[in-house]
Ligand binder design. Structure first.
Ligand code: ZN
Length: 285
């Protein structure tokens, strides 16, 4: 991977808080030189997938419904939608009521489980798994674009697969988020584990990019998209919180309960601070 040039402003990237982490001092874009590892068995063992799925479902589905409300308001007539890296198919499931929907998922195990639920999903990568000339009105990336090394290429592919007036929807972590800022602050005192966890270092699919809303909309503008709507989505909610904490590490029962209570009490305050999840809806120029 080229770790020298910023994909947003073409500025020079410098080494950040660790040897694999790079930042652009011009636009604050951040890059991780962490190669994605898919369909290999060993990293999967690091995460208890079932517990993780339970913990994430409630907050994700809530956020997906909010995002769908935004997309539907911009595309009231519906149309064809593809969710890239659809995972368990939760977004596709919600979108099916309003759009002719398709999910694309490269992970064999996850694809099989989603397909078995009867959802419209195709195995493979975007756009390789699409048919010749297959076009869409909406292309969605939920927690996916930050995992793709050649983001400029994929934006170009989205542009050519969208109908006129088509929408690109990105839902991704933000470097302006309070949890990200805290994790970076911990690095200054030599505590790297939380920062590494946010980048998903050592997990099956680590993050490659961290954007903030400003440099993200600049990147889109340079790749022939105009941001028409953006906003934030909550990172934490009470439903599923216990399961998320209990799969975060080798915590004892008591520690899990104590952390759960502390985080649960902090949620109303955290909601007032910059969110770690942002979305942008951009129209094809
Ligand atoms: Zn830059």
């Amino acid at each position: 991977m080229n770790n020298n040039v910023c994909p947003v402003c073409r500025g020079k990237l410098s080494v950040g808080v660790q040897a694999w982490h790079f930042t652009c001092h011009s636009c604050n874009y951040e890059k991780g030189d962490l190669e994605p590892v898919i369909n290999e068995v060993s990293p999967h063992k690091l995460v208890n997938e079932t517990v993780r799925e339970t913990g994430l479902r409630d907050i994700r589905v809530g956020n997906f419904n909010k995002l769908l409300g935004v997309i539907s308001a911009l595309k009231p007539g519906g149309g064809k939608l593809v969710d890239v890296g659809c995972a368990h198919g939760w977004f596709v499931e919600a979108a099916m009521h309003k759009f002719e929907s398709l999910g694309v998922e490269p992970d064999e195990v996850v694809f099989k489980a989603t397909h078995a639920r009867g959802l419209p999903v195709r195995k493979g990568y975007f756009p390789d798994t699409l048919k010749d000339g297959e076009m869409f009105d909406v292309i969605v990336f939920n927690d996916v674009i930050e995992h793709i090394p050649d983001i400029v290429k994929v934006l170009s592919e989205c542009h050519s697969r969208l109908n006129s007036g088509g929408l690109l929807v990105l839902n991704l972590p933000s470097s302006d988020g309070i949890f990200y800022k805290i994790a970076r602050a911990f690095c200054r005192i030599g505590k790297y584990s939380y920062f590494e966890r946010l980048w998903q270092k050592g997990l099956p699919s680590p993050h490659v990019h961290y954007f903030n809303p400003k440099n993200l909309s600049d990147l889109l503008a340079k790749n022939r998209f105009t941001a028409v709507k953006s906003g934030t989505l909550p990172t934490l909610g009470l439903p599923g919180l216990y399961a998320r904490i209990s799969c975060a590490g080798n915590l004892g029962k008591l520690s899990t309960i104590v952390i759960y209570c502390a985080v649960a009490c902090a949620i109303p305050v955290l909601r007032l601070l910059p969110s770690d999840i942002v979305y942008v809806v951009a129209e094809k120029d």
